[in-house]
Design a protein around this ligand. Structure first.
Ligand code: GLY
Length: 402
């Protein structure tokens, strides 16, 4: 299928390149050299290729590149990334954090800031985030705050990070009070999506990526949605060409949304479809519930609520359920009480002026955001709890009958 190039085009002629395909990683150092050179070029020389120019913080001669990775991904890809950076003339360093959501906090961020300072990293140098969503969010956060912001390139290695966290410039760490509560908007300078990295992806991680793909396709509608419905089988079989096409479509969609609303003042909110309820479930599970399952459950909840709270079409509920099942995304097995869910919903970043706000997909490609009467939300939370209790009882009865 070859390597495909996409762009995120931002205001004032800024933007960045994304490369997607097998073997992209080998060219990382060379591509980063191109990025740093084009950022260092004079404004006149850079003008025709304005969309290719990276952020202004990349100096002409970025000499040091610090790879931030985690204890799962580092052993697999760090050597290749460092070799590519060294070949391109960067002085390469690496910092490894423990794998998992538990590392996405200010204590680990502080250790990374201190390590960058000890390495003598300056404003013209680069951070390279190599890993899944936790690494992309954390490396982006550390780079965007160190010395008031140095450049960051991202090499996502999970399907979820490839289709979501790696582009759009949202960086974050978690607080005890909730997920992603501290962060910045700072776009990466380059994103390398090497689909060969998916060869080592655990099964549960595929589910996470599939849920974000379903979300993107439902919000985007049209060709992407129909394509996903028709290609769910190929995707579940991890057919390389189908996977690459899915990633390219999701990135094309997200790049368009980010270009229209970089700081989430409006249209970018569509990317939060399913996430209001998902974040509440994840928090109540102590972040043991997989993001993909939580998002799929959140989409199911929003669709049902939206038949009353918005103009969600009845058929959407069934179509969406069918898509989620065809992608092999398992339902959430845990049951939580309507009251505790209701309280947790209020911790969401989308709560404004005490109003609970949800993104609704009314039909594929048509979405809206609406504040919902809390009493109606409570009723649908009770329906959800009752459905979970019934499903658990049915599963227990089936197991006993075997
Ligand atoms: N993950 C949602 C966004 O990037 O806006």
């Amino acid at each position: 299928m070859g390597i495909q190039r996409l762009k995120v085009v931002l205001a004032e002629g800024k933007g960045y390149d994304i490369r997607v395909g097998a073997g992209v990683l080998a060219g990382l150092g060379g591509h980063l050299r191109e990025v740093t050179r084009s950022a260092g070029a004079s404004p006149a020389a850079a003008a025709p290729a304005a969309a290719e120019a990276a952020t202004e913080v990349v100096a002409e001669a970025a000499t040091k590149a610090v790879v931030i990775t985690d204890s799962n991904v580092g052993p697999l890809y760090l050597d290749a990334v460092r070799a590519s950076l060294s070949e391109a003339g960067f002085e390469a360093f690496d910092l490894t954090i423990p794998a998992g959501e538990g590392s996405k906090n200010l204590a680990v961020a502080t250790e990374l800031w201190e390590a960058l300072a000890l390495l003598g990293i300056g404003r013209g140098d680069l951070v390279v985030g190599l890993g899944g969503g936790v690494v992309c969010d954390l490396a982006g956060f550390v780079a965007s705050t160190y010395m008031r912001g140095i450049a960051c390139a991202l090499v996502p290695t999970s399907l979820l990070a490839m289709v979501d966290a790696s582009i759009g410039g949202k960086t974050a760490v978690n607080l005890a009070g909730g997920k992603n509560l501290v962060g910045t908007f700072r776009q990466p300078v380059y994103v390398a999506v090497d689909i060969e990295a998916l060869a080592t992806l655990p099964a549960a991680e595929w589910e996470n990526g599939f849920a974000e793909l379903a979300k993107s396709a439902l919000v985007d509608g049209g060709g992407f949605y129909r394509w996903l419905v028709e290609n769910a089988v190929g995707l579940c079989a991890h057919d390389e060409a189908v996977v690459q096409q899915a990633i390219v479509q999701a990135l094309t969609f997200k790049a368009r949304v980010v270009a229209s609303d970089e700081l989430e003042a409006g249209p970018r909110e569509c990317l939060n479809y399913g996430h209001t309820f998902a974040h509440a479930l994840e928090a109540l599970s102590g972040y043991t519930l997989s993001h993909g399952r939580a998002v799929a459950e959140g989409m199911r909840f929003a669709a049902r609520l939206g038949t009353e709270a918005a103009t969600v079409m009845g058929e959407l509920v069934n179509e969406q359920d069918g898509l989620i099942v065809s992608l092999g995304i398992e339902p959430v097995r845990e049951s939580y009480g309507a009251d505790e869910l209701f309280q947790q919903l209020y911790a969401d970043k989308k709560v404004r002026g005490g109003e609970l706000r949800f993104v609704f997909v009314c039909e594929p490609g048509e979405w809206e955001v609406a504040a919902v009467d809390p009493d109606l939300v409570k009723i649908y939370l009770i329906y959800w709890e009752q459905a979970k209790v019934a499903a658990t009882a049915a599963a227990a009865a089936a197991a006993a009958a075997e």
